[in-house]
Design a protein around this ligand. Structure first.
Ligand code: HEC
Length: 368
């Protein structure tokens, strides 16, 4: 009997201490926030727009009660801003550096606390916003402009070099949607009169289906409509896809897409493409190099076409790297080269240059 009582007391005590420990973390994070941050960010996380100090300086500290803003920023970027100060990441120098006041643990506690200040909401967490791959589609909705350049070198049977320029605008709307439109223009060696063609307009839409921040996983459904312009006999295409992304470790991410390219004229002339990419971020600074390796496999839907075995699938490999140009990485460059692994007379190689501007994160000339 006595034993049971003792066990009960011990268990209750243990449970209480766990609950208390949790409460301690929250109150201490709350206290840290009130002590170090509330003067500027406001005691509830909403800065006072009438504060004359900020009016004079022309900058308002971040409003953590705004769920779109609060959710979109990755915690690791906030960690760098809090530790090293606004200026180190191309933001206002009024945001002080806390590296001498707070230890890393306290900064992480503060970040989890700040993330709760927007209340419950359905916006996906920016922690699942990974690096833009060359071919794989991102699952996270973006506010971005991307210029994509591709050079295709052919010395084989077709001997047609090709240069393609694509301008893409992506814009978030509602909580989990993204609209996009791509304009693509191609110069082709095979066409004599060579001013090139604006050959395709591609509107698209994407919806975040499911995300799980504790498992660091996100998946989205999307579709494009490729509308061919003049001088093309090709059919317009319907391009549905599913994209998923997962953080593997602090430094490694994985993103994958399954998509179908379906000509409206005849779906069976289309293909299904699977692609996956792993990126590695050796440094926590956005202005640094993030190498990645991408594998693409394309399967024709109608396998009888030609009857040759090599038509089963076409594989290619795309080593690539993203280089953050601005201090906050909101302007970045992607470089990549695509090498066919089989069916090598398709092309010798393709070289890619992407330049991206995350316009929600700052103006073109901000943060250099
Ligand atoms: C002296 C005023 C001041 C204090 C104190 C201050 N901040 Fe800030 N903070 C700012 C300003 C101003 C900005 C806006 C910077 C910008 O957008 O250029 C900012 C931005 C931020 C951001 C970046 C948000 C983004 O744009 O991604 C975070 C995170 C942040 N503060 C957290 C904190 C935390 C945590 C504390 C307390 C430990 C704190 N701040 C204390 C003024 C302050």
């Amino acid at each position: 009997m006595e034993n049971r009582k003792v066990t009960f007391v011990i268990i209750s005590f243990l449970l209480l201490s766990v609950v208390n420990g949790y409460a301690d973390d929250r109150t201490s994070a709350g206290q840290l926030f009130q002590r170090h941050c509330a003067v500027c960010h406001g005691s509830t996380g909403k800065p006072d727009p009438n504060n004359p100090a900020f009016r004079q300086l022309g900058i308002l500290p971040a409003n953590f009660t705004d769920p779109l803003f609060n959710s979109r920023e990755p915690s690791k970027d906030w960690f760098m801003v809090i530790k090293h100060g606004g200026a180190a990441l191309g933001r206002s120098e009024i945001m002080p550096a806390f590296k001498d006041t707070l230890n890393d643990n306290e900064i992480w506690l503060l970040i989890s606390y700040i993330k709760t200040l927007a209340g419950d909401h359905a916006y996906p967490a920016g922690d699942m916003n990974f690096i833009l791959p060359i071919r794989t589609k991102k699952a996270f909705p973006e506010d971005e402009v991307v210029w994509k350049f591709r050079f295709q070198n052919n010395t084989g049977s077709t001997d047609r070099d090709q240069i393609r320029n694509v301008l893409e605008l992506e814009k978030r709307f509602l909580k989990r949607f993204q609209f996009s439109v791509e304009l693509s223009h191609t110069f082709d060696d095979a066409i004599d009169d060579n001013d090139g063609n604006l050959d395709q307009v591609e509107p698209g839409i994407k919806y975040v289906l499911y995300e799980n921040p504790s498992y660091k996983f996100i998946t989205s459904l999307g579709t494009f409509f490729a509308i061919k312009t003049e001088e093309h006999d090709d059919s317009d295409e319907f391009i549905p896809y599913i994209a998923a992304a997962k953080r593997l470790t602090d430094r490694l991410t994985f993103q994958g897409t399954a998509r179908a390219d379906l000509p409206f004229d005849k779906f069976s002339d289309g293909s299904v493409e699977l692609s996956g990419v792993t990126h590695w971020s050796p440094s926590p600074w956005p202005r640094s190099l993030h190498p990645g390796l991408e594998l693409v496999a394309s399967f024709p839907i109608d396998r009888d076409d030609g009857g040759s075995n090599k038509k089963f699938a076409q594989f290619s490999l795309i080593p690539q790297a993203q280089i953050g140009l601005s201090k906050s990485g909101h302007i970045a460059l992607n470089l990549g080269a695509e090498i066919p692994l089989n069916d090598t007379d398709r092309y010798d190689y393709r070289a890619y240059i992407y330049l991206l501007w995350d316009f929600a994160d700052g103006g073109l000339f901000q943060g250099w």
